[in-house]
Design a protein around this ligand. Structure first.
Ligand SMILES: [Zn+2]
Ligand SMILES: [Zn+2]
Length: 341
């Protein structure tokens, strides 16, 4: 199914022509649960992986906590089924209650190497904004589904390949014996890519322009009533609805929330890195409703569906943040960088 982002509620480029040179194309990926094949672009789907090629593992070190126990992927999926049933009004049997208690208790984080988890794969024909090395046409993204170091997020690996060179596909796609808690295990979702235009977050604009954009935003939302979306936060209109799309996307501008903007530099050539891929917890937030695609509007308005519809991949980073992946503009083969935002 096609997903279409509605036009922005105001024409920011007409109001501020100085933003026009800063416009960037981003590709919203619109992942939605389904049954992708290795020949499809997907989040959490099977990878087009050569049968003879060893599957990567992570040696850690892995953060371990009793609060976020390890669970098997099968247990995480079973827990999601049981929770969906409860949401649909089906009471759990005593046996199901016991099973949920067992799954929630989990087990300790494994101590040995952990098989990487297929997070996403994107074909360049679906996501032309990706800058690829040579003839490669497929970006594969894997992560180790445990928190690593001080970043409190999974460790991510990127791999480019030429899909025509893969004739014998490894099936099924391997997965680890355990994942942390369950928030890092994606549901299989085909993607439906859409090109949009983005502008930098207000925090990335120079101070004078940022001030004028904030004043303009306040005027635009002057009629915001008490308790309304922009009541007490009128200057956020630009950030929430006109600049950056929420959700999974390639290219565009980076979201900033945990830290102030600070540039990332390539460890090989010192080039300033650019946003490549946003791994998102949510496809939209209540404070930016204009980003909900037309095709999801009716369902998104239903209180019984929320929050599942806005969180189709079931990934949840630190309670709702994004993993921002940066690449080097000089060479897609230089190492990428990640940041929790
Ligand atoms: Zn790891
Ligand atoms: Zn570089």
């Amino acid at each position: 199914m096609t997903r279409t982002t509605p036009p922005r509620p105001a024409d920011i480029a007409a109001a501020f022509p100085e933003l026009i040179p800063l416009a960037r194309t981003a590709t919203r990926l619109h992942p939605r649960p389904g049954s992708p094949s290795p020949r499809d672009s997907s989040v959490g789907g099977p990878l087009l992986w050569p049968a003879h090629e060893p599957w990567p593992h992570c040696d850690g070190p892995h953060w371990a906590s009793d609060l976020l126990p390890a669970r098997s992927p099968a247990d995480v999926r079973q827990l999601r089924r049981l929770e969906e049933a409860a949401r649909a009004g089906l009471p759990h049997t005593l046996q199901e209650q016991a099973e949920m208690a067992r799954i929630k208790a989990g087990h300790p984080t494994p101590t040995g190497p952990i098989a990487m988890l297929a997070l996403a794969q994107l074909y360049v024909h679906d996501v032309p904004v990706l800058r690829r090395p040579g003839e490669a046409d497929l970006l594969q993204v894997l992560w180790c589904p445990f928190d690593h170091g001080e970043q409190n997020m999974p460790r991510t690996e990127l791999l480019w390949r030429s899909s025509t060179e893969v004739t014998d596909v490894l099936t099924p796609t391997p997965e680890p014996d355990a994942v942390q808690y369950g928030d890092y295990l994606p549901e299989p979702c085909p993607v439906d890519s859409e090109q949009i235009v983005e502008y930098p977050a207000a925090a990335e604009l120079d101070e004078e322009l940022r001030r004028r954009v904030a004043e303009w935003s306040t005027r635009q939302t002057a009629g915001a009533g008490p308790g309304g979306l922009y009541d007490g936060a009128q200057e956020l209109f630009y950030d929430h609805e006109l600049s950056l799309a929420p959700g999974w996307k390639a290219g565009g501008w980076a979201p900033w929330s945990v830290t102030d903007p600070h540039p990332r530099y390539c460890t090989v050539c010192r080039s300033r890195m650019e946003p490549m891929l946003t791994v998102a917890s949510y496809e939209w937030q209540p404070d930016g409703p204009s980003w909900v695609p037309y095709e999801d509007r009716a369902a998104a308005a239903s209180p019984t569906v929320y929050p599942t519809l806005a969180n189709p991949t079931r990934i949840n980073l630190a309670g709702g943040y994004n993993q921002q992946i940066y690449s080097c503009p000089a060479s897609p083969e230089h190492p990428h960088a990640t940041l929790l935002q």
